[in-house]
Structures are given as C-alpha cells and as structure tokens.
Ligand binder design. Sequence first.
Ligand code: PLP
Ligand code: TYF
Length: 398
Amino acid sequence: HFASVEMTPGDPILGLTEAYLADTRPGKVNLGVGIYYDEQGRIPLLRAVREVEQALALEAKPRGYLPIDGLPAYTQATQKLVFGADSPLLAAGRVATSQTIGGSGALRIGADLLKKVLPKAKIAISNPSWENHRVVFSAAGFDVVDYAYYDAATHGLDFAGMLADLGKLEPGTVVLLHACCHNPTGVDLTAEQWKQVVALVKDHNLLPFVDMAYQGFDKGIDTDATAVRLFAESGIESFVVANSYSKSFSLYGERVGALSVVGASREEALRVQSLVKRTIRSNYSSPSTHGGALVAGVLNSVELRAMWEQELTEMRERIHAMRAGMVQKLAASGSPQFGFIQQQAGMFSYSGLSKAQVDKLREDYAIYAIGTGRICVAALNHANLDTVVSAVAAVSKA
Ligand code: PLP
Ligand code: TYF
C-alpha cells in the first residue's frame, strides 16, 4: 500500500536540534529552536506551575474527558489575558474561546474553520514568517500569499511595503499578523504602526488572524497584546486570535493554547462556537487535561498569578540582558554592526548572517543557528555568550 511513498522533507528547525544532540563537541550551543533556556541552560519549570502541579498530584483527580472546547476555567482566564479583563467584547459575550493543542492547534482549527466559512478566501502571511504558518494553512486548503515585512537593509520593518501589499489584497482575505516578538525576525510594529494597520484592515474589509505565541516576552502582558486590544477597540466586527502558553508558561510539551473568534454579537459568537466545536470534534475530539489545568490553576489564583508574572518578567529581562550583552561584546570584538539586535524583540533575531556564515558557525564552532540567520537569543547565557560572540565576530570578518 505504501510502496509509492517518498521521503518527505522534515522540519528544518527541529531537524537542527537532532543534529545538535548528535554533536559530541564540548561547549556546543543550540541557537536554533525557539525555546527559552534559563541562565543554567535549562528549560525552566516555573515555580507557580510546580505549585499547581503538586496540588493536583495530591488531589489525584480522575481523568474524564474535557468538553470539546476545553476547561471553562482555562478558556475564561485565557480570554481575560488575551483581551484584557475589562474588555467590552467579553462583557458583550462576543468572544468564542476554545482550548486547543498548543498555539499550533489553534492555528489549524482556526484555518479549518475559516475554510468552511470563507472557502474562496486566500491568506496573506508576512515575508518571512514562521514556516509552519504556510504549512498549516496550505494543509487546510488555503492559497497562501505573502506581504512585505522584513527589510534586510535596515534589519527592521519595511512598513511602507507592508501597507502597500496589505492594501492590494482582495476584501475578505485573511491576514495573519504576529502580535509581538515576530518569528523569525524579532521585528515588531510600534503601537502607532499597529493603528495604521488596524485602520487599513478595517477599511479594506480584511479578516485579521492574530497569532500571539509570545505574550509577555517583550514588554509585558498587556503591552504585548496591543494588536489584539487595538482590533478590539476598532469596531471591526470579527477577527481571530490564536494564543499559546508554550513559552510564557514554559509548558512546551503540554500543548496549551487557545483559539478565540470574535463575532458581531453574542448570538453570532454562539453559532461560531458550535462550528468550532464541530471542527475540533472532527480533528481530535477534545483537548488533554493536564496542561490546561496547570495554566488555569495559575491564572485563577491571585497569589500564583503574581508569582507567574514575576517569573515571566525574569524571563523577559534575561532576554533583554542577553541582547544587550551580545551587542556590547560584539562591538568590543570589532563588530559594531550588530546594534540592531538590541532593537529586535522576543526570542529571535534575524542576525543578518548568511547561510555560509551559519554553516561555518556550526562546522567550526559547534554553534547551531537556522540557515536564514535566525538565532534564538533566549538560549544565550553568561556561560556561552563569550563563545558565541567570538565565533560570530570571527565568521563575520572572514
Ligand atoms: N506561532 C508562532 C509564531 C510560533 O513561533 C509558535 C511556536 O512554537 C507557535 C505559533 C506554536 O505554538 P505551540 O508551540 O504552542 O504550538
Ligand atoms: O520557531 C520555533 O523555533 C518555535 C518552535 O515545527 C517550533 O516556534 C519550531 C518548529 C516546529 C514547531 C515548533
């Protein structure tokens, strides 16, 4: 039956981790995959999460099925985090939120939902974007086009190009926007630029699909949700948000995310939610119990929520410190051209290193980065920073 199956190319990011793990050189550094590591180079288990986990273990609850759209304590807390506790949209009952299998699951359920509602619509993603955006929306049957985003000359945003491209899209086109900490570039919009994008999207009757996988990783929980809050205030009838707790709770493998669909009214949101549930049912029936219980346990406790916010702040500030340290040390090593790394936000930086330079980093220095030049600055620490800096300085002079 499977004789005709050919090898399908694997995920280049996850494939790089396999190569890294197989590397026996001491002092190797993995700047490939987007995971936050602490100062000791470990994936943290947050203190607030551990508290809930210990309490859950003592309770030893039975594991029945969750509702198709997840744990209500989880989806309600998620809505408040994403839209703001005082959001008029929430008060009006216009947001339909479902627990999903990570942010990736939210993207896929959202894609399947939109394909049913708008079968002819295309989706526009940034150039470049997280490669899985193309993979997921193509798999759901979408024609994927792109809009200008990154300007290699400035290592910043091509805002004029972005507005021009968005302005050319047909009404009804879905526009995928990264809320903050753009993956892979680290280049974000200012609040002022978001206002212009929101106005354009509204004017041209485009459908925004906001992907928020890094809330709290740049400036803070509310500031990082500026795009969502501006769409909410804009009077736009409908938009979609996928959010993920993988990074903000350091719960990668628990697969915790959510899909929120904003409708024109409470009644419309209820109808949309019934279709979302049908879509989830036809994919995987219902989400898993443990990860959602952890996040809900933290967000619904005043004390644990404060503890989590403190830990999130520590992660964010550590990333900022590593960016600053890298830029400063590179300048001191005779490579002052990397100042832009400090302006970029979140876990990633498009370093401007070429494919040949990235290959040299891996082959000669056991430092792993993505071929596009993307590095994960959240994997830097005081023990590996000097190694990385001297290698980057060496390959950029060669
Ligand atoms: N969206 C973006 C931009 C991401 O970088 C990620 C990273 O993993 C995701 C979505 C998916 O999140 P999750 O790991 O929760 O599926
Ligand atoms: O971009 C990254 O590195 C993260 C993690 O198929 C990731 O978003 C990478 C690839 C993938 C799933 C998650």
